[in-house]
Design a protein around this ligand. Structure first.
Ligand SMILES: *Cc1c(COP(=O)(O)O)cnc(C)c1O
Length: 279
Protein backbone atom coordinates (compact mmCIF):
# COMPACT_ATOMS: atom_id res chain seq x y z
CA UNK A 1 0.00 0.00 0.00
CA UNK A 2 2.79 2.42 0.95
CA UNK A 3 4.55 1.46 -2.28
CA UNK A 4 1.45 2.23 -4.37
CA UNK A 5 1.11 5.59 -2.67
CA UNK A 6 4.77 6.27 -3.30
CA UNK A 7 4.08 5.64 -6.98
CA UNK A 8 1.34 8.25 -6.87
CA UNK A 9 -1.79 6.10 -6.53
CA UNK A 10 -4.38 7.10 -4.02
CA UNK A 11 -5.30 4.14 -1.83
CA UNK A 12 -8.50 3.80 0.17
CA UNK A 13 -8.30 1.49 3.17
CA UNK A 14 -11.64 0.13 4.32
CA UNK A 15 -12.17 -0.72 7.97
CA UNK A 16 -14.12 -3.92 8.66
CA UNK A 17 -17.19 -4.12 10.86
CA UNK A 18 -16.65 -5.22 14.47
CA UNK A 19 -17.04 -8.86 13.38
CA UNK A 20 -14.14 -8.49 10.95
CA UNK A 21 -16.27 -8.63 7.80
CA UNK A 22 -16.49 -5.97 5.13
CA UNK A 23 -19.78 -4.11 4.75
CA UNK A 24 -20.71 -4.50 1.09
CA UNK A 25 -22.48 -1.12 0.88
CA UNK A 26 -19.44 0.64 2.30
CA UNK A 27 -17.22 -1.29 -0.10
CA UNK A 28 -19.41 -0.29 -3.02
CA UNK A 29 -19.47 3.35 -1.92
CA UNK A 30 -15.69 3.44 -1.69
CA UNK A 31 -15.26 2.62 -5.39
CA UNK A 32 -14.64 5.76 -7.40
CA UNK A 33 -14.97 6.30 -11.15
CA UNK A 34 -11.17 6.09 -11.43
CA UNK A 35 -10.71 3.02 -9.23
CA UNK A 36 -8.64 0.42 -11.08
CA UNK A 37 -8.15 -2.33 -8.51
CA UNK A 38 -9.69 -3.72 -5.33
CA UNK A 39 -7.82 -6.20 -3.15
CA UNK A 40 -9.36 -8.27 -0.37
CA UNK A 41 -8.14 -11.16 1.76
CA UNK A 42 -10.32 -14.24 1.34
CA UNK A 43 -9.38 -15.43 4.84
CA UNK A 44 -7.80 -13.12 7.39
CA UNK A 45 -4.53 -14.36 8.83
CA UNK A 46 -5.26 -13.33 12.42
CA UNK A 47 -8.95 -13.93 13.02
CA UNK A 48 -9.70 -16.40 10.19
CA UNK A 49 -12.86 -14.66 9.00
CA UNK A 50 -14.02 -15.44 5.46
CA UNK A 51 -15.08 -12.48 3.33
CA UNK A 52 -17.97 -12.73 0.88
CA UNK A 53 -15.67 -12.75 -2.16
CA UNK A 54 -18.40 -13.63 -4.66
CA UNK A 55 -20.51 -10.62 -3.65
CA UNK A 56 -17.50 -8.29 -3.65
CA UNK A 57 -16.56 -9.53 -7.12
CA UNK A 58 -20.10 -8.83 -8.30
CA UNK A 59 -19.68 -5.23 -7.17
CA UNK A 60 -16.32 -4.82 -8.91
CA UNK A 61 -17.01 -6.43 -12.27
CA UNK A 62 -19.73 -4.19 -13.74
CA UNK A 63 -17.74 -1.15 -12.66
CA UNK A 64 -14.60 -2.25 -14.48
CA UNK A 65 -12.55 -2.66 -11.30
CA UNK A 66 -10.03 -5.49 -11.33
CA UNK A 67 -10.47 -7.70 -8.29
CA UNK A 68 -7.47 -9.25 -6.55
CA UNK A 69 -7.92 -11.76 -3.75
CA UNK A 70 -5.24 -12.81 -1.29
CA UNK A 71 -6.04 -16.47 -0.70
CA UNK A 72 -2.85 -17.38 1.19
CA UNK A 73 -4.84 -18.48 4.24
CA UNK A 74 -7.70 -20.07 2.34
CA UNK A 75 -6.30 -23.03 0.40
CA UNK A 76 -7.27 -26.33 1.95
CA UNK A 77 -9.67 -24.51 4.30
CA UNK A 78 -12.44 -23.33 2.00
CA UNK A 79 -13.47 -24.39 -1.48
CA UNK A 80 -12.16 -21.95 -4.08
CA UNK A 81 -13.69 -21.67 -7.52
CA UNK A 82 -12.24 -18.58 -9.18
CA UNK A 83 -14.91 -18.42 -11.86
CA UNK A 84 -17.77 -18.68 -9.45
CA UNK A 85 -16.10 -16.09 -7.21
CA UNK A 86 -15.78 -13.37 -9.91
CA UNK A 87 -12.08 -13.06 -9.17
CA UNK A 88 -9.56 -11.64 -11.65
CA UNK A 89 -6.33 -12.20 -9.73
CA UNK A 90 -5.65 -14.50 -6.82
CA UNK A 91 -2.44 -14.97 -4.88
CA UNK A 92 -1.61 -18.29 -3.29
CA UNK A 93 1.25 -19.63 -1.20
CA UNK A 94 2.29 -23.19 -0.42
CA UNK A 95 3.62 -22.98 3.12
CA UNK A 96 0.30 -22.10 4.79
CA UNK A 97 -1.06 -25.39 3.47
CA UNK A 98 1.72 -27.69 4.73
CA UNK A 99 3.82 -27.08 1.64
CA UNK A 100 7.36 -25.74 1.20
CA UNK A 101 8.31 -22.12 1.92
CA UNK A 102 9.41 -19.94 -0.94
CA UNK A 103 6.82 -20.86 -3.56
CA UNK A 104 3.54 -19.25 -4.46
CA UNK A 105 1.34 -18.60 -7.44
CA UNK A 106 -0.68 -15.82 -8.96
CA UNK A 107 -3.87 -16.89 -10.69
CA UNK A 108 -4.73 -14.59 -13.57
CA UNK A 109 -8.15 -14.87 -15.20
CA UNK A 110 -7.50 -15.48 -18.89
CA UNK A 111 -10.66 -13.86 -20.17
CA UNK A 112 -10.16 -10.59 -18.33
CA UNK A 113 -7.12 -9.35 -20.26
CA UNK A 114 -5.23 -8.33 -17.14
CA UNK A 115 -1.95 -6.72 -18.17
CA UNK A 116 0.78 -7.62 -15.73
CA UNK A 117 4.25 -6.16 -15.33
CA UNK A 118 7.02 -8.70 -14.77
CA UNK A 119 8.70 -8.40 -11.40
CA UNK A 120 11.88 -10.07 -12.61
CA UNK A 121 13.69 -9.36 -15.85
CA UNK A 122 16.33 -11.35 -17.70
CA UNK A 123 16.10 -14.40 -19.90
CA UNK A 124 12.45 -13.90 -20.75
CA UNK A 125 11.23 -17.24 -19.43
CA UNK A 126 7.49 -17.85 -19.05
CA UNK A 127 6.65 -15.49 -21.92
CA UNK A 128 8.72 -12.81 -20.24
CA UNK A 129 6.61 -12.86 -17.09
CA UNK A 130 9.13 -14.56 -14.84
CA UNK A 131 12.70 -14.67 -15.98
CA UNK A 132 14.99 -17.22 -14.40
CA UNK A 133 15.08 -21.00 -14.17
CA UNK A 134 12.10 -22.34 -12.29
CA UNK A 135 12.57 -24.26 -9.03
CA UNK A 136 10.92 -27.52 -10.08
CA UNK A 137 11.09 -29.07 -6.61
CA UNK A 138 9.27 -26.07 -5.15
CA UNK A 139 6.60 -26.16 -7.83
CA UNK A 140 6.05 -29.90 -7.38
CA UNK A 141 5.90 -29.35 -3.59
CA UNK A 142 3.21 -26.73 -3.99
CA UNK A 143 1.20 -28.84 -6.40
CA UNK A 144 1.42 -31.81 -4.08
CA UNK A 145 0.43 -29.94 -0.90
CA UNK A 146 -2.59 -28.51 -2.70
CA UNK A 147 -3.50 -31.89 -4.15
CA UNK A 148 -3.43 -33.42 -0.66
CA UNK A 149 -5.42 -30.49 0.74
CA UNK A 150 -8.00 -30.96 -2.00
CA UNK A 151 -8.56 -34.61 -1.19
CA UNK A 152 -8.34 -34.23 2.61
CA UNK A 153 -10.43 -31.09 3.01
CA UNK A 154 -13.84 -32.77 3.14
CA UNK A 155 -12.89 -34.92 6.14
CA UNK A 156 -10.18 -32.73 7.65
CA UNK A 157 -12.24 -29.57 8.10
CA UNK A 158 -15.10 -31.13 10.10
CA UNK A 159 -12.53 -32.87 12.32
CA UNK A 160 -10.56 -29.64 12.84
CA UNK A 161 -13.77 -27.72 13.45
CA UNK A 162 -14.81 -30.22 16.10
CA UNK A 163 -11.55 -29.72 17.96
CA UNK A 164 -11.65 -25.93 17.57
CA UNK A 165 -15.24 -25.79 18.83
CA UNK A 166 -14.34 -27.88 21.86
CA UNK A 167 -11.61 -25.38 22.74
CA UNK A 168 -13.96 -22.52 22.01
CA UNK A 169 -16.65 -23.88 24.30
CA UNK A 170 -14.23 -24.49 27.15
CA UNK A 171 -12.75 -20.99 26.86
CA UNK A 172 -15.91 -19.04 26.08
CA UNK A 173 -17.35 -20.34 29.36
CA UNK A 174 -14.97 -17.90 31.07
CA UNK A 175 -16.50 -14.43 31.13
CA UNK A 176 -13.03 -12.86 30.72
CA UNK A 177 -12.74 -14.36 27.23
CA UNK A 178 -13.83 -12.21 24.32
CA UNK A 179 -13.70 -13.95 20.96
CA UNK A 180 -12.40 -11.74 18.14
CA UNK A 181 -14.12 -11.95 14.76
CA UNK A 182 -17.22 -13.61 13.43
CA UNK A 183 -17.59 -17.27 14.48
CA UNK A 184 -19.88 -18.26 11.59
CA UNK A 185 -17.94 -16.95 8.62
CA UNK A 186 -14.64 -18.32 9.80
CA UNK A 187 -12.29 -21.12 8.84
CA UNK A 188 -12.56 -24.27 10.92
CA UNK A 189 -9.20 -24.16 12.67
CA UNK A 190 -8.95 -20.56 13.89
CA UNK A 191 -9.71 -19.24 17.35
CA UNK A 192 -8.68 -15.76 18.42
CA UNK A 193 -9.62 -14.18 21.71
CA UNK A 194 -8.72 -11.31 23.99
CA UNK A 195 -8.63 -11.54 27.76
CA UNK A 196 -10.48 -8.94 29.81
CA UNK A 197 -8.06 -9.26 32.71
CA UNK A 198 -5.84 -6.24 33.38
CA UNK A 199 -3.16 -8.42 35.00
CA UNK A 200 -2.88 -11.12 32.33
CA UNK A 201 -0.05 -9.79 30.17
CA UNK A 202 2.71 -11.66 32.03
CA UNK A 203 0.69 -14.86 31.83
CA UNK A 204 0.14 -14.46 28.07
CA UNK A 205 3.80 -13.72 27.50
CA UNK A 206 4.80 -16.93 29.28
CA UNK A 207 2.49 -19.52 27.71
CA UNK A 208 5.22 -22.07 27.11
CA UNK A 209 3.39 -25.41 27.19
CA UNK A 210 1.39 -24.82 24.02
CA UNK A 211 2.34 -23.16 20.74
CA UNK A 212 0.04 -20.20 20.22
CA UNK A 213 0.47 -16.80 18.66
CA UNK A 214 -0.02 -14.13 21.24
CA UNK A 215 0.52 -10.49 21.90
CA UNK A 216 0.64 -9.19 25.40
CA UNK A 217 0.87 -5.61 26.48
CA UNK A 218 4.23 -6.37 28.07
CA UNK A 219 5.82 -8.44 25.29
CA UNK A 220 4.97 -5.91 22.63
CA UNK A 221 5.70 -2.88 24.77
CA UNK A 222 2.46 -1.54 23.34
CA UNK A 223 4.27 -0.96 20.05
CA UNK A 224 3.12 -3.84 17.86
CA UNK A 225 -0.48 -4.29 18.96
CA UNK A 226 -2.45 -6.02 16.21
CA UNK A 227 -3.94 -3.53 13.74
CA UNK A 228 -6.52 -6.19 12.84
CA UNK A 229 -7.81 -6.50 16.41
CA UNK A 230 -7.83 -2.72 16.76
CA UNK A 231 -9.79 -2.38 13.54
CA UNK A 232 -12.53 -4.48 15.17
CA UNK A 233 -12.93 -1.71 17.73
CA UNK A 234 -10.85 -3.19 20.53
CA UNK A 235 -8.89 -0.74 22.68
CA UNK A 236 -5.13 -1.25 22.87
CA UNK A 237 -5.37 -3.27 26.08
CA UNK A 238 -7.87 -5.76 24.64
CA UNK A 239 -6.11 -5.89 21.29
CA UNK A 240 -2.84 -6.23 23.18
CA UNK A 241 -3.85 -9.16 25.36
CA UNK A 242 -4.80 -11.60 22.66
CA UNK A 243 -4.18 -15.24 21.86
CA UNK A 244 -4.58 -16.94 18.49
CA UNK A 245 -4.86 -20.69 18.42
CA UNK A 246 -4.70 -22.60 15.17
CA UNK A 247 -5.94 -26.17 15.14
CA UNK A 248 -4.52 -28.12 12.23
CA UNK A 249 -4.30 -31.42 10.41
CA UNK A 250 -1.98 -33.08 12.91
CA UNK A 251 -3.65 -32.07 16.18
CA UNK A 252 -5.31 -34.66 18.40
CA UNK A 253 -8.18 -34.62 20.88
CA UNK A 254 -5.66 -35.16 23.69
CA UNK A 255 -3.79 -32.03 22.69
CA UNK A 256 -7.02 -30.03 22.58
CA UNK A 257 -7.98 -31.22 26.06
CA UNK A 258 -4.50 -30.36 27.31
CA UNK A 259 -4.61 -26.87 25.77
CA UNK A 260 -8.09 -26.20 27.15
CA UNK A 261 -7.15 -27.31 30.68
CA UNK A 262 -3.93 -25.33 30.53
CA UNK A 263 -5.52 -22.09 29.32
CA UNK A 264 -8.53 -22.28 31.63
CA UNK A 265 -6.17 -22.83 34.57
CA UNK A 266 -4.03 -19.84 33.56
CA UNK A 267 -7.07 -17.61 33.15
CA UNK A 268 -8.47 -18.70 36.52
CA UNK A 269 -5.12 -18.02 38.18
CA UNK A 270 -5.12 -14.48 36.81
CA UNK A 271 -8.65 -13.86 37.99
CA UNK A 272 -7.85 -15.26 41.46
CA UNK A 273 -4.79 -13.01 41.73
CA UNK A 274 -6.94 -10.03 40.79
CA UNK A 275 -9.58 -10.88 43.40
CA UNK A 276 -6.90 -11.20 46.11
CA UNK A 277 -5.68 -7.67 45.49
CA UNK A 278 -6.88 -5.19 48.13
CA UNK A 279 -9.47 -2.81 46.72
C1 LIG B 1 1.41 -15.65 4.83
C2 LIG B 1 0.55 -14.68 4.12
C3 LIG B 1 1.05 -13.96 3.04
C4 LIG B 1 2.48 -14.04 2.60
O1 LIG B 1 2.80 -15.25 2.01
P1 LIG B 1 4.34 -15.70 1.97
O2 LIG B 1 4.38 -16.87 1.06
O3 LIG B 1 4.72 -16.03 3.38
O4 LIG B 1 5.11 -14.52 1.47
C5 LIG B 1 0.21 -13.08 2.40
N1 LIG B 1 -1.07 -12.93 2.79
C6 LIG B 1 -1.60 -13.63 3.82
C7 LIG B 1 -3.03 -13.43 4.20
C8 LIG B 1 -0.81 -14.52 4.52
O5 LIG B 1 -1.33 -15.20 5.55
Amino acid sequence: MAELERQGFSVTVLAPETNGLLDLDKFSAAIRPDTVLASVMLVNNEIGVIQDIKAIGEICRPRGVLFHVDAAQATGKVAIDTRQLNVDLMSLTAHKTYGPKGIGALYVARDRRVRLEPQMHGGGHELGMRSGTLATHQIVGMGECLRIAGTEMATEMPRVRGMRDKLYQRLAARKEVQVNGDMQNRIAGNLNFSLKLPNCDQMIASLTDIAVSSTSACSSGGASVSHVLQALGNDTQLAGNSIRITVGRFNTDEEINFAADYLVQKIDECRAALERQPA
